[in-house]
Design a binder for this molecule. Structure first.
Ligand code: M6R
Length: 364
């Protein structure tokens, strides 16, 4: 059942290129992007003036990535909120508000309650889920399936990538409808997005640098994950994976916030894991790495292939193929999943069934 892998988590990590391909299959119809399941006319889509992405845990992190894309491409204000917060406050919702509920299981209690509340208040709700006919699918106005197939490991990996790809499609669609991106630009971006399947395959084909970095951090008590922009959202997911399966305390911070507090944690050998891929904020991340290094941190950097300079600022470099910043979550998340798993295995943890956690959280 594990297909020759020692655990489901590793098997599922290796399924990710397939998930990307399946999630994108059939989306480019006659040269234009289409998501028929959304069940909204172009006119209705065009009226959307506010987006909320509502989710929990890893699915919430997919939302953080989507915010960058929806605001960046479609220029629609987008907020990302943890479902258990959203449901107990009084968010501003009008008939032109789109609520996107993201849930692998499709049965998370808080996410479902948020969907119901949003619909009562008049929002249109799209569900993004991995489970056919799940409550999230049934109770939303439209649904996109992530095509990850059944995910068994408690820690989400392949469903996260499916969510990020689906949300990327949604952002492209909104940008297309709003006229912020031309059809040929959308087509071009779609093809680049499809190329990430092969890039993830390449990452999976040689994981030696990831294992080496993990060995250097295995005895740590705590770790800090940092990044800026997209990298900051990716760092959140990296930290969650590590704490879930290795029980090592991990926190994510936007790198620019380091000197406002977390830098006090750093002493000799403290692991700082940085998303330092080439992006408009690369130089800023580098200066944060210098500050960490100067205080004795062991720096692990996820960096872009060909970037030799990064070696001056990091003790361990994990290279990944070059992709545009908008797609960096798809590639950069994969080494962080493997990093967390490698540490958990070294520490003798059950990576598929971490203590205190359940695969779906159907109670509040
Ligand atoms: O099924 P959902 O996506 O609604 O679940 C949300 C979270 O419970 C889930 O992502 C959790 O954080 C995972 N264990 C992450 O690996």
């Amino acid at each position: 059942e594990k297909g020759g892998y020692p655990d489901f988590m590793l098997k599922e990590i290796h399924e990710q290129p397939r998930v990307i391909r399946d999630t994108l299959a059939g989306r480019l119809v006659g040269g234009a992007l289409s998501i028929d399941e959304l069940d909204l006319t172009v006119e209705e889509l065009n009226l959307i003036d506010r987006v909320y992405v509502i989710a929990c845990g890893t699915s919430y992190h997919a939302g953080l990535i989507a915010k960058n894309l929806i605001e960046g491409w479609a220029r629609i204000p987008c907020e990302v909120e943890v479902a258990s917060e959203f449901r107990y406050r009084n968010p501003i919702i009008t008939p032109t508000t789109l609520v996107v509920a993201v849930s692998q299981s499709g049965e998370t209690a808080d996410t479902l309650a948020a969907i119901r509340d949003a619909r009562v208040k008049g929002a249109r709700v799209f569900g993004i889920t991995n489970v056919l006919g799940s409550p999230v699918a049934r109770e939303s106005d439209g649904v996109i399936y992530t095509k990850a197939n059944k995910e068994i490991a408690v820690a989400s990996t392949k469903s996260f990538l499916g969510q990020v790809v689906s949300l990327t499609l949604l952002a492209l669609l909104l940008a297309q409808v709003k006229g912020k991106l031309k059809t040929n630009q959308v087509r071009f971006l779609f093809r680049e997005l499809a190329d990430t399947a092969e890039q993830v395959e390449r990452i999976l084909s040689d994981t030696s640098a990831i294992k080496e970095a993990a060995r250097a951090c295995v005895d740590a008590k705590s770790a800090l994950f940092v990044g800026r922009g997209m990298g900051s959202a990716i760092a959140c997911e990296g930290a969650l994976k590590l704490k879930e399966i290795s029980y090592l305390h991990a926190e994510a911070y936007p790198a620019g916030e380091m000197k406002h507090g977390p830098i006090a944690l750093i002493d000799e050998g403290f692991p700082v894991i940085a998303v330092a891929t080439k992006s408009p904020v690369y130089d800023k991340v580098i200066s944060n790495l210098q500050e960490s290094r100067a205080r004795g941190a062991t720096v692990v950097a996820v960096a872009t292939e060909g970037d030799e300079e990064i070696r001056k600022y990091a003790d361990h470099v994990i290279y990944i193929p070059k992709v545009r910043d908008a797609f960096s979550a798809i590639t950069a998340s994969v080494p962080l999943q493997l990093f967390a798993r490698a540490i958990a295995v070294e520490r003798g943890c059950d990576v598929d069934q971490p203590r205190n956690l359940a695969k779906s959280v159907t109670v509040e």
